[in-house]
Design a binder for this molecule. Structure first.
Ligand SMILES: [Zn+2]
Length: 152
């Protein structure tokens, strides 16, 4: 009852609340394009796809896949979103540096090496460890930058 009353008398406050709890699709797209530009990987192929994770770099095709599942994201998902995007961008940086076909070979070789050593082809993969480090080390910095730019 009290909530309904607030809606009626204070529509403005409510809309502000909604804006702060969610990141709009256009702000989300802005964040992604700023990151791609900053890390100079705008030339990497991008594909929209319905999937569980926010983003995925497809090593087999050299394509950065972005999820269409989360048109808007909740504030509680921002950290995970930024880490995932940065992680995948790190793969895109390598893919650009070596050329995607060469990078695919390098990545597969690393997977085979891990299997031969009885290790996990993903979790123990040096490219995965490096990409995850990159995401963990940089997400906070971007969080502050995008917050200052009023993107969330
Ligand atoms: Zn990865």
């Amino acid at each position: 009852m009290l909530n309904q009353f607030l809606v009626v008398v204070d529509g403005q406050r409510l809309s502000k609340m909604l804006i702060r709890e969610f990141i709009s699709q256009s702000n989300k797209n802005q964040i992604i394009s700023n990151l791609l530009k900053h890390y100079k990987v705008e030339s990497v192929k991008v594909k929209q796809k319905s999937m569980k994770d926010h983003a995925h770099f497809n090593v087999d095709t050299g394509t950065l896949e972005l999820s269409t599942k989360y048109k808007i994201i909740k504030k509680s998902q921002v950290k995970d979103f930024l880490i995932t995007i940065l992680h995948e961008i790190n793969h895109a940086i390598d893919s650009k540096k070596y050329g995607w076909k060469k990078f695919k070979e390098m990545y597969e070789m690393e997977m085979n090496l891990m299997v031969a050593k009885d290790k996990d082809p993903y979790k123990d993969n040096k490219y995965e460890i490096q990409a995850e480090d990159f995401g963990q080390k940089n997400w906070k910095k971007w969080y502050e930058i995008f917050k200052k730019q009023d993107l969330f």
